[in-house]
Design a binder for this molecule. Structure first.
Ligand code: DAT
Ligand code: MG
Length: 138
């Protein structure tokens, strides 16, 4: 087993709704280890770098605004295939269609709020994980 690391963010909606504990409970219950954790009020520079791949898309500005609207819990998590594993725990991007049993499927709001309020972020590849951990845990 080769331990891998990923960046998990509990987004401002997750922190505001007091879901940090519930979300991290699921991460730990799966067997992943929290190796670093902090509460961050992310500035625009950090958010723009984090979401650089989405620059120019229609949801980019609302996404950055939302991500800057309140504190975020940033987590460095490690474990066997944690990158893929946390994405599976998180569920599909849109909470409406995210499968029950996933964080977004079980806890994501479904009363007309924007897709970006989907509680969590998880790196999507080894390359993204390295890049994003470098940004959030510089
Ligand atoms: P994910 O967070 O599942 O990796 P992504 O990288 O495609 O999804 O998009 C980043 C975030 O942007 C996502 O968590 C929510 C928001 N987003 C994505 N697609 C969207 C859309 N069509 N409308 C509004 N927000 C969107
Ligand atoms: Mg993504």
């Amino acid at each position: 087993m080769t331990a891998e690391e990923t960046l998990i963010l509990v987004k401002p909606d997750g922190v505001a709704r007091n879901l940090t504990g519930e979300i991290l409970r699921r991460v730990e219950a799966k067997g992943y280890r929290i190796v670093d954790l902090k509460l961050v009020n992310a500035d625009r520079t950090l958010l723009a770098e984090h979401y650089a791949e989405h620059e120019g898309k229609p949801f980019y500005e609302p996404l950055l605004e939302f991500m800057g609207s309140g504190p975020i819990v940033a987590v460095r998590a490690s474990g066997n295939r944690v990158i893929e594993g946390f994405r599976a725990l998180a569920g599909a991007t849109d909470p409406t269609t995210a499968a029950p049993g996933t964080i977004r499927g079980d806890l994501g709001r479904d009363w007309g709020l924007a897709v970006q309020q989907n509680l969590v972020h998880g790196s999507d590849s080894t390359l993204s994980a390295e890049r994003e951990l470098g940004l959030w845990f510089a």
